[in-house]
Design a protein around this ligand. Structure first.
Ligand code: SAH
Length: 348
């Protein structure tokens, strides 16, 4: 998996510890690293020139040795429901999409963790355009900063649910979540930071050991092995039974309730047999099921289910005592809804 290195994208590739240790190596005191980190993430600086409490010589030295790139908004679309979708160009020319979802009291940012995605989920637009690279932690954080600056408002919630598979870019994703959470970063409560995975089991086990109260979502989409293998071929090597065990251990270790994402697709995963399997998979475990109608992807052979089937799933789960919500899609008129982020990850 191609990593985003500092050679390629500059300082946004580095964790805060790496910044501090690289500064120490060239004899710079720790408070200088802290100042730079605050400029990058708390103040959302676009260049070293803004860092007026650093000596000019240091700013010049840093722009040489560790270039600072801030994403450029290539295109912005605004949905009828207020959702905004951004196409951003990163330091090396890679493109990613991010989505902002405002409500009266909240501003949620949906951010990408990779340019493109290697997972090949059949119903999702992102993977169709291939995969370029993983993002650096700073590039993940910057997407929320772009949104906060565009709205002139602080971001209250972040979901790592844009393009890419966060658990194939684990270190950068976790560091980004920590920066979102940090007082020197965006200061967002850990419970308001959610990461979604298609089920990379070793990383779910690792995530269970992280001390913060971050929220975990898992894309399930079918509790029937054959169906899931077909629609999510990228996670065939992690069978459902082991996913179930890993989630149970996660819930036990953390006491937190993970969410299963289930997008209803007509004739694929919405039969009574599929419902029965889903009930068996989720009942008597600490979890929450999030049902959503599949969002239409142009040219795809997968289509949303009927409202009747959606209702049948909701009622079936409720009767079995499984906690369930139906999620409304936002921004579908501008292709900003789940699974519709497809901008080809390409270079300048
Ligand atoms: N790779 C991670 C993060 C992406 S999150 C993951 O798979 O969880 C994006 C969510 O949207 C995932 O739950 C994904 O399965 C879902 N999704 C993909 N295509 C969709 C579509 N067409 N309609 C609704 N949800 C979709």
């Amino acid at each position: 998996m191609q990593r985003a290195t500092a050679d390629l994208i500059g300082i946004k590739a580095l964790s805060r510890d790496e910044i501090t240790s690289q500064f120490a190596e060239v004899g710079l005191p720790a408070f200088r690293a802290k100042q730079v980190i605050q400029w990058l993430y708390q103040k959302g600086a676009h260049s070293y020139d803004e860092m007026t409490n650093l000596p000019l010589a240091l700013r010049e030295q840093l722009s040489e040795s560790l270039p600072l790139h801030f994403p450029e908004i290539v295109r912005k679309q605004v949905s009828q429901d207020g959702t905004r979708k951004y196409l951003l160009r990163l330091g090396d020319g890679a493109l990613v999409e991010s989505v902002a979802m405002p409500t009266k009291t909240r501003l949620s940012a949906c951010v990408s963790t990779q340019a493109g995605c290697p997972m090949r989920c059949q119903f999702c637009a992102t993977g169709r355009n291939g995969y370029t690279r993983s993002l650096g932690c700073g590039e993940i954080v910057d997407q929320a900063t772009v949104i906060a600056q565009d709205f002139g408002q602080r971001v209250t919630n972040v979901v790592l649910m844009g393009q890419g598979e966060p658990f194939l870019n684990y270190d950068a994703s976790i560091e980004a979540m920590r920066i979102f959470n940090s007082k020197d970063g965006l200061g967002i409560g850990a419970r308001h930071i959610t990461v979604s995975t298609c089920g990379i089991l070793p990383q779910i086990r690792r995530f269970a050991q992280e001390p913060e109260q971050f929220t975990l979502a898992v894309s399930l989409h079918s509790a029937v092995q054959e169906t899931r293998d077909r629609i999510m071929p990228g996670v065939r090597s992690y069978p459902l039974e082991r996913l179930h065990d890993s989630i149970a251990s996660y819930a036990e270790a953390t006491g937190r309730r993970p969410t299963y994402e289930y997008a209803l697709m007509a004739g694929i995963n919405d039969s009574d047999a599929e419902l029965k399997a889903l009930v068996a998979f989720t009942r008597r475990t600490l979890c929450h099921v999030n049902l959503i109608q599949l969002n239409e992807v142009k040219g795809s052979s997968y289509h949303p289910s009927t409202d009747e089937r959606l209702n049948a799933f909701k009622i079936g789960l409720e009767r079995a005592g499984v906690e369930v919500t139906v999620r409304e899609s936002r921004g579908s008129d501008i292709d900003a809804a789940c699974g519709q982020l497809k901008q080809k990850a390409s270079r300048k």
